[in-house]
Design a protein around this ligand. Structure first.
Ligand SMILES: NC(=O)c1ccc[n+]([C@@H]2O[C@H](COP(=O)([O-])OP(=O)(O)OC[C@H]3O[C@@H](n4cnc5c(N)ncnc54)[C@H](OP(=O)(O)O)[C@@H]3O)[C@@H](O)[C@H]2O)c1
Length: 260
């Protein structure tokens, strides 16, 4: 299996997990399309990849817009690999979440992921080859207090991935979800930028973007429906089933104590 010049689309490539994934893919010989809003960051990454001998192209777009997503698809045409990674969080009581922020979150975390999948997947089936990796969160399985909309968006991604993975069984197309725990990126800063956004409790802990990128790479090489990153988080869905009642009791107190 050669990865040379396979086309990979990485959304949210201007920072964090997306940038690390794009860098890693390019170092393996893939031609990477970098998608996000911040053009300066994308151009910087493109230049860095080129100077290391890799190939990257920029497709700047605000993924809240359906029109922009379609334009990105027409620019790229066909992809062998799609990493739906663009997304953002917000922390606090849902009743204090401005609907604009909530709606934006649905459009980026849910709609853009499903829309890009619907645009690129048919071509993958035609060529009987494709890899889609959705960057989800363990919160999709453990919907804690303070992240109602975010957890629900990642639960959608999780269910969507599972169903698509089952549809693709026996073909050359594979669809996977990464259930990530905290990762040290700009995620927590970005959550604070939205109206009434609070500090994400896990902002000081987490694995590196490079670690997640390596796990994503492993998924391309050896596809699996779901991975947990870090691995020990595999117990979390079981803990939710067994001890969800405990979180029901202490969760509201934690949120109240945090002053959100
Ligand atoms: N960090 C964590 O603790 C953690 C844990 C679990 C899952 N995740 C997931 O990992 C993914 C990547 O996040 P990260 O941790 O790497 O955070 P990050 O550094 O803040 O990266 C988020 C990326 O999404 C892009 N993005 C956000 N809104 C966009 C929009 N409207 N249009 C286009 N691109 C947009 C951002 O680019 P622009 O701002 O340039 O548009 C940026 O490249 C997210 O889906 C997140 O939910 C993160």
């Amino acid at each position: 299996m050669t990865w040379q010049d396979k086309v990979a689309v990485v959304t949210g490539a201007s920072s964090g997990i997306g940038a690390a994934t794009a860098r890693l893919f390019a170092s393996k010989g893939l031609r990477v399309f970098l998608v996000a809003r911040r053009l300066d960051r994308l151009l910087e990454l493109q230049a860095e990849i080129a100077s290391a001998g890799g190939k990257a192209e920029v497709a700047a777009a605000d993924l809240r817009s359906e029109k922009n997503r379609s334009e990105v698809f027409y620019q790229i045409g066909a992809a062998d690999v799609l990493v739906n990674n663009a997304g953002f969080g917000w922390y606090g009581y849902f009743h204090k979440m401005n609907w604009n922020t909530a709606s934006e979150m649905l459009r980026v975390n849910v709609e853009a992921m499903a829309h890009f999948t619907s645009l690129f997947l048919p071509g993958m089936y035609e060529r009987n080859y494709g890899r889609i990796v959705n960057v989800g969160s363990i919160s999709g399985n453990v919907p804690s207090q303070g992240i109602a909309m975010y957890a629900a968006s990642k639960a959608f991604m999780d269910a969507f991935t599972t169903a698509l993975c089952r549809e693709a069984r026996g073909t050359g197309v594979h669809v996977s979800v990464v259930r990530a725990g905290p990762v040290k990126t700009e995620f927590c800063e970005s959550a604070l930028r939205h109206e009434n956004g609070g500090h994400v409790p896990t902002e000081k802990v987490g694995v590196t973007s490079e670690y997640i990128a390596r796990r994503i790479w492993q998924l391309l090489v050896r596809p699996k429906r779901v991975i947990h990153a870090p691995r020990w988080l595999g117990i979390a869905p079981w803990a939710e089933l067994s001890f969800g009642w405990l979180e029901d009791r202490i969760g509201p107190l934690l949120l109240k104590r945090a002053g959100k």
